[in-house]
Ligand binder design. Sequence first.
Ligand SMILES: [Zn+2]
Length: 164
Amino acid sequence: MSGEFQDHQIRDKIGINYKYTMGGQSKFFIELMNNKKILGTKCKKCGKVWMPPRINCSDCYEDTDWVEIKQTGTIQVSTIVWYTTSAFIQAVPYGIAFIKLDGTHTAFNQGIFSENLVPSKVKKGQRVRAVFQKEREGKMTDFFFVPEGEYERWISKPEYEGGV
Ligand SMILES: [Zn+2]
């Protein structure tokens, strides 16, 4: 024996069932799941429309009101994903982008899918529209975005639930 420490490692798994709350942002996820609506919040003082929604305005610290947001928007910045976690591996390659939905003042990160995923379809300035999963759980993965010109073809697929 050399006297050097050698640890012994065993690979194992721990299964945990748990719940977590969306707290004050629960309304966003409930409306997404039940009604295919995208809600943001509007500051009662300065009128800034936040998406993702914020319970308080981060600019002036005032309360906000829930407002329904249009489901169309414009890509601000984007990339194409080739490496991801097990939850999304089946979808590779796909786009992700910061999208500014029409009528909002902030952008949020969401998946972009395209029938022909090339950089020219997932780039700054591209107009996109939300498509909703038929089976929704009140998660961000309940919806994604597609280039506006592909919208009608995406919503006609059986795994996605028609237009709004
Ligand atoms: Zn404000």
